[in-house]
Design a protein around this ligand. Structure first.
Ligand SMILES: Nc1ncnc2c1ncn2[C@@H]1O[C@H](COP(=O)(O)OP(=O)(O)OP(=O)(O)O)[C@@H](O)[C@H]1O
Length: 380
């Protein structure tokens, strides 16, 4: 989509040792009674970053956001914003605004009155409010809808009003809790790109909470994957997908095959992994996996090729199996291949042409093949 990718490609302050993080969570713990919702968590977010907190329900992402907004204080640890410790600073005095899932627009007020509401409360002069509201309407492309009430708008338009209202006060950081949760799939996808555009145009730092991995992958510069109040990995979407740091992350994001086994030898950066049932594969990207240790070779279905003929490239792993199930999804087909040791491996093939030269069907003998560097070896 447009030039967005190329603009953002150079945006990676987290790789710059001289860049100062804008938001810092320093050993933050939050307990509710004897329940620990956030556990000794540290995290750095940079100015202008689109940062996503991704995790299953109850993992502590909203609690993290609420502490940043000032609705809750950490039980232990510190949160810094632009170098300032936020402890004790009330929500309305933090340069942070929060946009909630439900949007909570005032139903009896017009779009422009909704956007103006916070500015009026702040005591801004009338002329300035009008100017700011006009700017905001232009930003979210709702100039023509200024006089409408929320119920006369589509879900996507309402979401844009909510965005305009939350950025009208010019916060430095916008916190978004499941911002697109109320929209249907198609509108969600469109709105994701809009949000990205607007974030860039505004030059704000966005921290978004979502349990939707596709949404996080699409929008965010970096993603923190959370589980039980802890951060499991912080990385760009591509790194999270291609180089997950643990079984949990690999399994949480996208589809993955986990070939469990023991490292039976390693030389020149290539390990042999045996599952103890006759299957041995060669793997690269072995990290710190020592000989004898229990590991998982995590490989995405699209990195595995299925064919009826045995590939003769000695560099690749080839394993014989049987087509156990086929899911035809239109744009691609997912083959479930049962190996001799009983495990079922998923391999997806893009249906780039309408007719395949290697038709495979149920119960066919088939070969899966993949390069040793097509997956990652995980010790955790
Ligand atoms: N005020 C509170 N008192 C007691 N427990 C709480 C409180 N607020 C949150 N919790 C608990 O802390 C944990 C984390 O909650 P949090 O809302 O941060 O999760 P989440 O990851 O945002 O989940 P969801 O996606 O469902 O909103 C949950 O188990 C929740 O029950």
């Amino acid at each position: 989509m447009k030039s967005l990718g190329s603009i953002r490609r150079s945006f990676a302050p987290w790789n710059d040792p001289d860049a100062k993080p804008y938001i810092v969570f320093e050993n933050v713990t939050k307990r509710f009674g004897d329940f620990t919702a956030v556990n000794n968590l540290s995290l750095k977010i940079y100015e202008r970053e689109f940062f996503a907190l991704l995790g299953a329900s109850g993992c502590g992402k909203s609690t993290l956001l609420r502490m940043l907004a000032g609705f809750d204080e950490p039980t232990a640890g510190r949160i810094l914003l632009d170098g300032q410790d936020l402890r004790g600073i009330p929500p309305y005095r933090r340069p942070v605004n929060m946009m909630f899932q439900s949007y909570a627009l005032f139903p009896h007020m017009t779009v422009e009155a909704n956007i103006a509401f916070g500015l009026k409360q702040e005591g801004m002069a009338k002329a300035d409010i009008e100017k700011r509201v006009a700017e905001m309407l232009k930003l979210v492309k709702l100039e023509r809808f200024a006089k409408r009430k929320p119920h006369q708008l589509s879900g996507g338009q309402r979401q844009r009003v909510a965005l305009a209202r939350s950025v009208a006060k010019r916060p430095k950081v916008l916190l978004l809790d499941e911002p697109l949760g109320a929209l249907d799939k198609k509108l969600r996808e469109e709105t994701q790109f809009e949000l990205m555009d607007q974030q860039q145009e505004l030059g704000l730092t966005f921290v978004v909470v979502t349990h939707d991995q596709e949404e996080a992958m699409t929008m965010a510069d970096r993603i923190a994957i959370m589980d039980k109040g802890e951060v499991m990995q912080v990385a760009t979407p591509a790194e999270v997908y291609e180089a997950p740091s643990s079984r949990f992350v690999a399994g949480f994001v996208g589809n993955v095959n986990m070939i469990e086994g023991t490292v039976s030898g390693r030389e020149n950066g290539v390990a042999r992994i045996s599952d103890g049932n006759g299957l041995t594969i060669k793997a690269e990207n072995i990290g710190d996996a020592a000989a004898g240790s229990a590991v998982a070779f995590a490989i995405r279905p699209e990195k595995i090729k299925v064919s009826s003929r045995k590939p003769d490239d000695p560099g690749v792993n080839v394993v014989e199996g049987e087509i156990y199930d086929i899911a035809y999804l239109g744009d691609m087909t997912v083959y479930h291949v049962k190996l001799a040791d009983g495990q079922v491996v998923k391999a997806s093939a893009l249906n780039a042409s309408r007719i395949t030269d290697d038709p495979l069907t149920w119960n066919d003998r088939a070969f899966i093949s993949f390069r040793p560097d097509a997956g990652v070896v995980l010790t955790r």
